[in-house]
Write a protein that binds this ligand. Sequence first.
Ligand SMILES: NC(=O)c1ccc[n+]([C@@H]2O[C@H](COP(=O)([O-])OP(=O)(O)OC[C@H]3O[C@@H](n4cnc5c(N)ncnc54)[C@H](OP(=O)(O)O)[C@@H]3O)[C@@H](O)[C@H]2O)c1
Length: 333
Amino acid sequence: MNVAIVGATGAVGAEFLSVLIQRRFPVTNLRAFASNRSAGTRIEFAGRPVMVESLAPGCFDGCHLAFFSAGKTISREFAPTAVRAGAIVIDNSSAFRMQPDVPLGVPEINPDAIRGYRGIVAVPNCTAIILCMAVWPLHRAARLQRIVVSTYQAVSGAGARALRELHEQIEAAAAGRALVPKALPYPIVNNLFSHNTSIGPEGSNEEESKVIEETRRILGAPDLAISATCIRVPVPRAHSESINLTFADTLGELKARELLAAAPGVRVVDDREHNRFPMPIDASGGDDVLVGRIRADPSQPPGRGLSLFACGDQLRKGAALNAVQIAELVTNL
Ligand SMILES: NC(=O)c1ccc[n+]([C@@H]2O[C@H](COP(=O)([O-])OP(=O)(O)OC[C@H]3O[C@@H](n4cnc5c(N)ncnc54)[C@H](OP(=O)(O)O)[C@@H]3O)[C@@H](O)[C@H]2O)c1
């Protein structure tokens, strides 16, 4: 298959290169696109150099599959062009996620919406994917009525520049130098702050609004009550989420653990004896969403409320891995 990656030099783009190889995706020819800043540089794919190109008229001719991860403006402008050229587009940006005719795909949850689809398929927001992976098996069993989620989001979620800034600030802090934010709005070392997206009229930031709207869409639960608080923390990679759930039907802690243990793409990490639960360091670089701290919520009627803690690699399951899984479904691999 002729495959294009738009945003190939970015944090998600780099992850695409390794996920495609790890999953033995049948790539005949890979084309890498980025901004003019990177055009002419080389990246490596499967042991071979690939020249990075700028987006230009006709650049998707002959392309079967195009993964977009260069932000919503680029997706809005170029994804329709790629589709017109005959490619299936799998888009990591927020450009098309709430468009009713565009599937919002998490293969473990709504494979039938994706399988064999032609056109644009949207990859949900990374925080929403991790949340949905953790709650879907429970929602199927006992119908969720309400979710309260608080997040601890990794710096690489803000892109490759922000990740470099974290490493620079770690060195600066160790040397006693001033922490100078550039890609992020505030110092991230020795600190955390409310997610760096703008605040809407109701007081939610963009990330929180995406989590709320996209979670409802993925779970097929338009009336689900959701409250989200999204926070950026000084962790390089893998988002963490504290999740509090209310169910319409009864669901005990033991049954919940059983359902989560059987769910594809989920790994239960719930060792009370050794106080070992999901950690971003364990989720980083892996495919599974780790779920633990599975316990009854004592503030709710017995059997109706549960609390969980989840971690997932937002560059993999939250972006590149989920996109390649979608590609496998649309192309019937
Ligand atoms: N980071 C995450 O955890 C994550 C998770 C889920 C979804 N996403 C989404 O994925 C997308 C990329 O995120 P990222 O974190 O990978 O960002 P990033 O590290 O900042 O990378 C952005 C990529 O887009 C390219 N780009 C920028 N302007 C361009 C232009 N005018 N034409 C073509 N390419 C252009 C950049 O090329 P240059 O290197 O040349 O600048 C780079 O390859 C965003 O839509 C983001 O919301 C990110």
